[in-house]
Design a protein around this ligand. Sequence first.
Ligand SMILES: N[C@@H](CCC(=O)N[C@@H](CS)C(=O)NCC(=O)O)C(=O)O
Length: 231
Amino acid sequence: MIDLYTWPTPNGHKVHIMLEETGLAYTVHAINIGQGDQFAPDFLKISPNNKMPAIIDPDGPDGKPYSLFESGAILMYLAEKTGQFMASEMAARYQVIQWLMFQMGGVGPMFGQAHHFRKYAPEKIDYAYDRYTNEAGRLYGVMDRRLCESEYLAGDYSIADIATFPWTRSYERQGQRLDDFPSVTRWFEAINARPAVVRALKVLADARKVGIEEDKEAQKNLFGAAQYQRR
Ligand SMILES: N[C@@H](CCC(=O)N[C@@H](CS)C(=O)NCC(=O)O)C(=O)O
């Protein structure tokens, strides 16, 4: 039974989807990042960057317990463990890794900054607002062109799609209209309808009571003094 440390955010949903898709058994441990659970010493032992998601697999390599943080690494690990959602042949495998890295290095950070400067920043900074809205739109364009020629990002449905899909659910927060990207829309609807995805999106669905924009404690923990006290 894999121990999953998570919260219902796009990065958490990646792992929820992977666990539901693969059928691995897991126990959910809520890490309420608005309340500061990510700074608990026991959590920092498995996730030193104070971010969820993280997992502990009691049946890791050589049958020993194994812990991991960083959602991309967790997806690769679970794909290798189960032999699912990652091609085995080298050329195809690196297509999956390439689009996974595109998500980890591009989509996640840029969409995250779009959320921040459009929704959470205490003042509207036009340059940052436009910069990350434009970057998000540019990245949707890259995905749309790719998905015009390929059913999924790396050919077959893979951990690259599992990593990217949760971030596209908040397109409005990123200042985008899905209608502007017809191939992304087709891809989004196909993934959104998968039974495992429907189940995954219910994980901790009722746990978050208010949005970060209305929650002063969450703002302090995520963007303020609490975030930087360990420097
Ligand atoms: N690159 C990391 C990012 C994880 C991440 O940003 N997690 C956020 C929520 S989506 C978090 O735990 N924030 C708490 C904090 O920064 O204190 C991953 O993909 O796992």
